[in-house]
Structures are given as C-alpha cells and as structure tokens.
Design a binder for this molecule. Structure first.
Ligand SMILES: Cc1cc2nc3c(=O)[nH]c(=O)nc-3n(C[C@H](O)[C@H](O)[C@H](O)COP(=O)(O)OP(=O)(O)OC[C@H]3O[C@@H](n4cnc5c(N)ncnc54)[C@H](O)[C@@H]3O)c2cc1C
Length: 309
C-alpha cells in the first residue's frame, strides 16, 4: 500500500465498530479512506461471542459483525493497515498522523480509538496473565468448564462474562467492590437467579497468587478490612474502561474523564478533527450507538470535504 505524497480524504484511527462504520460510510460516499487499527478489527466487541442488545433475529458474534463491515468497506476501496498511531499534528489545511514508521497526510481525521480495558494493577496480575488471569471470558472461558472462576467487577461487561462462564458450567464467583451490581437490571436478575453464580460484595482483590498458574486470590473486605485467601482456577477482570487518547493533541478539548468533547456530528474543537464512538463524550455505551455514531460522523466529514471544493 503506497500513499506516498498523496493526501487522503479521511484517515480513521481505530477500527472498532465506530471506526469500521465510519470507514464504510465515508467510502460509500466516495471519499478515499485509510483506517489504522493497532489490533484486530472490531475493538472491544471483537472478542464477544454473542452480541447482546443487538436487534437481529440471529445470534451474532462481534468478530462476524466486524468482518462484515471490514469486507464491505474494503470492497468500496477503504484501505486498512495494522499499526499504532503515535502522534497527530494539526496543520492549517490538513492533519499529519504518525505511526512508528510512517507519517500520513489527511484532509480530515476521525478519532475512533474507543476505550481500553482497565487493569487492577495489583501484584500477580501481570505475571499470571495467560496463566489463569484473563480479560476475555469468550476467548478463554472454555478452558474452565466445570472449574472455579472469579469474575472481578459489577458492571454490564462483568455480569455478561459471568453469565457466559456459568453457561459453560463453570462455578463463578463475582467479586464486587460495592454493595450492589451496576449492571443493567436484566443482567442483574439473571445473575442473581443463577445457581452457578455466587457473589462476594464490598471486596477488593489485593493480589493474584500462584507458583506457575493462578491458585488463589487474596481479598480484602472493604467494610471491616479483614483479609482472606480463596482458591480459584481462573480469574477474569472486568473493571471498566478508560479512553484511548495517548496520541490526541492537547488542543482537542476533553471532559474530566478524558473523553473528547465533540458536537452532534462528531466535530471537535478543531475543524479538521472529528471523533466517533465510545471515545466521544455522550456517545451511548453499546454497539448500535457506535455504529450509528460512525455513520453520522462519516456523513459530516464528507459534507465538510465537499464544502471545501
Ligand atoms: C466485554 C465487553 C462486552 C460487551 N458486550 C456488548 C454487547 O453485548 N452489546 C453491546 O451493544 N455492547 C457491548 N459492549 C460495548 C461495545 O463493545 C462498545 O460500546 C463498542 O464496541 C465501542 O466501539 P468503539 O468503536 O467506539 O470503540 P472500541 O471497540 O474500543 O474500538 C476502538 C479501536 O481502536 C483501536 N485503537 C486504540 N488506540 C489506537 C491507536 N493509537 N492506533 C490505532 N488503533 C487504536 C483499538 O485497538 C480498538 O480496536 C461490550 C464491551 C465489553 C468491553
């Protein structure tokens, strides 16, 4: 793929569902599109085996949905490269986007780099990742059929993962920092009613322990400060996400949580820079919101480019 000195119409950073939808709809409207993704297309939903809250009569995996968008956008001429964007420089009439090895010049850029999963950052977590500690119930869950696993977290993703693991016959313990689940009511009801899911409330994980693989978790009760150790074969960490904005210039306005502040059609405080999906302050939390935002922003970008002529 050579872009050489060519100036791209739209460069999209991130090929999660918002970025894929933006790539598809911008290409469908005739723009030249380059998408840069540091990992596998699909983003956070790529590893989810069955997308929930997605109104289709068939079960659909995140990977299948991502693949459909990737293929259709590629058919329309969008180009996808796998590398990480490290820096973005806004010039007068264009934007420069640098990876470790190349710099691309684009008329408009769309930040669609979403969020990355938070880690607990306690002792043992990094050392035992892949050795019993995981952040993907759909990738690793089948290793724990009939086994005892902990899921750490109390939001939608944690409870969705716990239900998936319980469906694989694992015995699941949800370890929750607070005194109630933050997940949507339907998930909460299903989990509270599931005989394979137990709950430990108001408790923090202090340490993951094991010689070669995970053997136990050291837990601290947040009310009386007591400490105990419980044996587990596996542990899945689902404690939320934070915006992936390492490359975003300081001139782009953000909210206190680090999400980019953008107007209705994804326009940021800089005219040539747009933002789509979960990275954007106010975008909804699910796949349908990310897809809709990607389309909305692509339309605004192409309208903007047409206005340039
Ligand atoms: C475990 C889990 C389960 C979920 N289940 C559901 C569900 O069932 N139904 C539902 O509707 N929603 C679900 N969601 C929420 C849904 O996945 C997100 O709302 C949606 O995927 C957000 O899409 P996005 O494109 O905005 O961001 P992301 O999915 O975060 O995609 C951003 C992409 O940008 C890439 N990127 C980041 N930084 C860079 C960089 N510097 N250079 C290049 N690329 C970069 C990332 O690798 C990533 O692929 C779930 C989320 C999680 C975490």
């Amino acid at each position: 793929m050579t872009y050489g000195d060519e100036t791209i119409d739209v460069l999209i950073i991130g090929a999660g569902m918002a970025g894929l939808a933006a790539a598809y709809h911008a290409a469908a409207r005739g723009a030249s599109v380059l998408s840069i993704e540091s990992s596998l297309p699909g983003g956070q939903i790529a590893s989810v085996g069955r997308i929930d809250d997605f109104p289709l009569p068939v079960e659909l995996s995140g990977a299948a949905l991502a693949d459909a968008y990737l293929r259709r956008a590629s058919d329309l001429g969008a180009v996808f490269v796998t590398t990480t964007v490290e820096a973005v420089t806004v010039e007068n009439d264009h934007v420069e986007v640098a990876t470790g090895t190349e710099t691309f010049r684009t008329r408009r850029v769309v930040f669609a780099s979403g969020s990355r999963r938070r880690r607990l950052e306690v002792p043992g977590e990094a050392d035992l990742t892949g050795l019993g500690v995981s952040d993907c119930a759909w990738c690793d869950g089948s290793l724990y059929r009939g086994a005892s696993v902990a899921v750490i977290g109390g939001g939608d993703a944690a409870v969705q993962a716990a239900l998936h693991l319980a469906g694989l016959n694992a015995h699941v313990t949800l370890i929750v920092r607070g005194s109630e689940l933050r997940a949507r009511r339907r998930y909460a009801f299903l989990a509270l009613d599931n005989a394979r899911i137990d709950f430990i409330w108001e408790t923090s994980v202090e340490r993951f322990e094991g010689a070669d693989t995970l053997e136990r978790l050291r837990l601290r009760d947040r009310v009386d400060e007591s400490v105990r150790e419980l044996p587990f074969d596996g542990a899945f960490v689902y404690i939320g996400t934070s915006p992936a904005t390492d490359y975003v210039p300081d001139t782009i306005a953000r909210d206190p949580a680090g999400r980019i502040i953008a107007a209705g059609q994804g326009r940021t405080s800089v005219q040539t820079v747009f933002c789509a999906g979960s990275l954007r302050d106010g975008c909804g939390a699910g796949v349908t919101a990310a897809l809709a935002d990607g389309e909305l922003v692509a339309t605004a970008v192409v309208d903007d480019l047409c206005g340039m002529d």
